[in-house]
Design a protein around this ligand. Structure first.
Ligand SMILES: Nc1nc2c(ncn2[C@@H]2O[C@H](COP(=O)(O)OP(=O)(O)OP(=O)(O)O)[C@@H](O)[C@H]2O)c(=O)[nH]1
Ligand SMILES: [Mg+2]
Length: 698
């Protein structure tokens, strides 16, 4: 095994007193193709976890192990592997960059303590880098940035950093100066230690030496800029800077660590993962700047309505969150982040979702090519467990005598669906169980039977997502299936509502009667309340409708939102006000008011002016300049609205808002129109009114 030098400066807190301080739960995040899997691969190589460098284009990487990932050259499933560096254990999750798999990223972010955001040194911040950055912001995950592909023609660290500053974070703190450019990129100057690290092809590790004379002045200038930027944001550093007019490497390190953890600054490094340059300093930065499980706030959960807090203490009651389920030859692996307590082999645990106990079979530390069995895993760790039958991504597992429900990661609403049918009718049952297996592993897939056609309908996040799912049914289950044309999930909203809409639900023909009168106002409502686009209130005075019946009316209204009058689509973006009502001493009940709410709102929506909404995405298309005309024409034909155009690295970049329904097959079309040189990415931006002639039914 080759030996690598570790270049990290500064000391780690508590390393001797608590082994948890040496754990890093790390995610690799970025836009599609920025090089996450290659970075991961080089990390595994640098840490001695693997002994050869795998390549995405050869299908030989550790984390893109699924046959479809290897064929398509993209990451589809987040993969977790553990490795060791400078006395630390790094549990690393390589995430997919394609927007269709954003839910996989979301679930990973839920369990991470820190992340490396990877950027392409030519393209800078790309649309999906921006989306995952915002996702990480929402989860409060501290990040460092790695500007990758410094070897590419047109690579430029300063431009990439400028795009980070402009689009993601006001304080990128660059700690390296590249040595050489593009094909001649050979190393970096470490601005903290003012030493040069140079990599030569075929060599085992970086060679460390003095800063080359030609770069000395520039390195000192940039060191100065770094000191100023840090002092400006860190009070203790500012004090030292004012006293001594400079900052020591140790002060810089400590301040950068603080700024990373509070999110007030983002440390930026650079390199070329493909050429294996810049990986060791990145690992050093991970262990130096990113937090350990001890440094992050305690996790919160609920039990029977009361909120509870759990700290990363191995002696506390056990609580863990499952973030991934994967059915492998080793068995059904459930990946867990343990938040508190200790989970042991053979333990009985409580699944807060199913409200049942399960037994932990084996516990595994997942390494590149093997799984190491563990007797137990403690708070702060990420491990895989064999033997759990019902746990899903998002399930809380906890000690049976200390039940707790951790908030599961949100699941995005599927926006695209296809009808799936087994070629042979005798395979229908097998198809159903294959699809059930897929949804078990991937909560962003959903299966239902269309009540009108009886067809099996699979829904998910996008065309690619469903294509991958159908292909898994074929490959992994050996089933021949036909897949229909994709369709999008429409919604309905209120254009103009109604006021004083009266609904009477009365059944008094002997026996126990039902009596509920409601009067409803319905109006359009902007979706900003976080309540799924539906707001309910009551303005009833004088106790004419008792509180419990008001709640029943609300529940009934929610029932009615499932199917709107235009085509049976979910209804969103409205406020319903219960303005009046009437009860009957004997015959009123929760059920009667719930029914009145349901049919009252259904009829009120029928009487309202409704608007059909369709999912809309923002596409960013990059093509050689001579292809722009064709792209614009094509986008216009797809009801696209161009919102911007730019040039980047010799290519024209067009952004446009396009209805998702018009985008099916676009990837293939663009490739053939541009002889494979055009690329595009799409980012969901929500829903917009669909033209009147597009009124579809489900
Ligand atoms: N020139 C150059 N190419 C690189 C570098 N790093 C990665 N690549 C190439 O870029 C392509 C994409 O790399 P991946 O590692 O698959 O990127 P990714 O971010 O994991 O992609 P997704 O998982 O599909 O989002 C591959 O062909 C890599 O060989 C680099 O440093 N320099
Ligand atoms: Mg990848």
């Amino acid at each position: 095994m080759r030996t690598r030098i570790s270049t990290h400066t500064g000391t780690q807190p508590n390393t001797r007193t608590d082994p948890l301080a040496t754990v890093r739960n790390l995610g690799i995040l970025a836009h599609v193709d920025a090089g996450k899997t290659t970075v991961t691969e080089r990390i595994l190589y640098a840490t001695g976890t693997t002994h050869k460098r795998g390549e995405v284009h050869d299908g030989t990487t550790v984390t893109d192990f699924d046959p479809q990932e290897r064929d398509r050259g993209i990451t589809i499933f987040a993969a977790a592997v553990s490795c060791a560096w400078a006395g630390h254990r790094i549990n690393l999750i390589d995430t997919p960059g394609h927007v269709d798999f954003a839910d996989e990223v979301e679930r990973s972010l839920r369990v991470l303590d820190g992340a490396v955001a990877v950027f392409d040194a030519v393209a800078g911040v790309e649309p999906q880098s921006e989306s995952v950055w915002r996702q990480a912001d929402r989860h409060g995950v501290p990040r460092i940035a790695f500007v990758n592909k410094m070897d590419r023609a047109g690579a430029d660290l300063d431009t990439a950093v400028a795009s980070i500053r402009e689009r993601l974070h006001p304080a990128p703190l660059v700690v390296q100066l590249p040595i050489g450019a593009e094909d001649g990129f050979t190393g970096v100057v470490d601005l903290l230690r003012l030493r040069a690290l140079v990599w030569t092809d075929g060599a085992h590790a970086a060679e460390e030496g003095p800063v080359p004379d030609t770069l000395r002045e520039e390195a000192l200038r940039r060191r100065r800029l770094l000191e100023e930027a840090v002092a400006e944001r860190h009070p203790a550093a500012l004090e030292e800077f004012c006293d001594r007019e400079t900052l020591t490497a140790a002060t810089l390190t400590a301040a950068l660590r603080d700024l990373t953890r509070t999110g007030d600054g983002v440390v930026v490094l650079c390199g070329s993962a493909y050429r294996d340059r810049g990986v060791e300093p990145l690992l050093d930065a991970v262990v130096t700047y990113l937090p350990s499980p001890l440094d992050v706030p305690p996790v919160h959960g609920t039990h029977e309505g009361t909120e509870q807090e759990r700290t990363a203490d191995p002696a506390a009651p056990m609580a863990a969150l499952a973030f991934k389920v994967s059915v492998t030859p080793t068995g059904r692996l459930t990946y867990l982040r343990v938040y508190s307590g200790t989970i042991g082999k053979g333990d009985t645990v409580w699944d807060a979702r199913t409200r049942r106990t399960e037994r932990v079979g084996r516990i595994l530390r997942v390494r590149a090519d093997r799984h190491d069995p563990l007797e137990r895993a403690v708070a702060g760790d990420i491990v895989a467990v064999v033997g759990l039958k019902s746990a899903r991504a998002g399930s809380t597992l906890c000690a049976p005598d200390a039940p707790l429900l951790l908030e599961p990661p949100g699941v995005a609403e599927p926006v695209v669906h296809v009808a799936v049918e087994a070629r042979r009718s005798t395979d229908t049952d097998r198809l159903a169980s294959a699809l059930a297996r897929l949804t078990e592993e991937d909560p962003s897939l959903a299966v239902r039977t269309d009540p009108e056609t009886g067809q099996t309908v699979l829904s998910g996040m996008g065309e690619l997502h469903l294509e991958v799912a159908a292909e898994r049914v074929r490959r992994e289950h050996g089933l021949e299936v036909t897949v229909g044309r994709p369709g999008v999930a429409y919604r309905e909203t209120v254009g103009e509502g109604v006021t004083g809409f009266v609904h009477r639900h009365v059944k008094q023909d002997g026996g126990a009667g039902q009596f509920a009168h409601v009067v409803l106002d319905v109006e359009p409502w902007e979706e900003d309340s976080g309540g799924g686009g539906f707001v309910f209130r009551s303005t009833v005075v004088g106790g004419r409708v008792p509180q419990e019946y008001v709640r029943a009316v609300e529940a009934g209204c929610r029932d009615a939102l499932a199917e709107g009058p235009l085509g049976g689509h979910p209804v969103t973006g409205l406020r319903v006000t219960l303005t009046d009502g009437q009860t009957h001493v004997k015959d009123s009940s929760d059920t009667a008011f719930r029914t009145a709410g349901r049919f009252g709102l259904r009829d009120a929506l029928r009487a309202s002016e409704m608007v059909l909404l369709e999912p809309v995405v923002e596409v960013t298309v990059a093509v050689p300049e001579d292809g722009v005309g064709g792209v614009l024409g094509d986008l216009a034909a797809r009801r696209g609205r161009v919102t911007g155009s730019d040039t980047r690295g010799g290519a024209a970049v067009v952004t446009a808002t396009v209805p998702l329904a018009e985008l099916f097959g676009y990837a293939t079309r663009l490739r053939s129109r541009t002889q494979g040189r055009g690329t595009f990415t799409a980012r969901p931006t929500g829903y917009a009114p669909a033209p009147a002639n597009a009124v579809p039914t489900r």
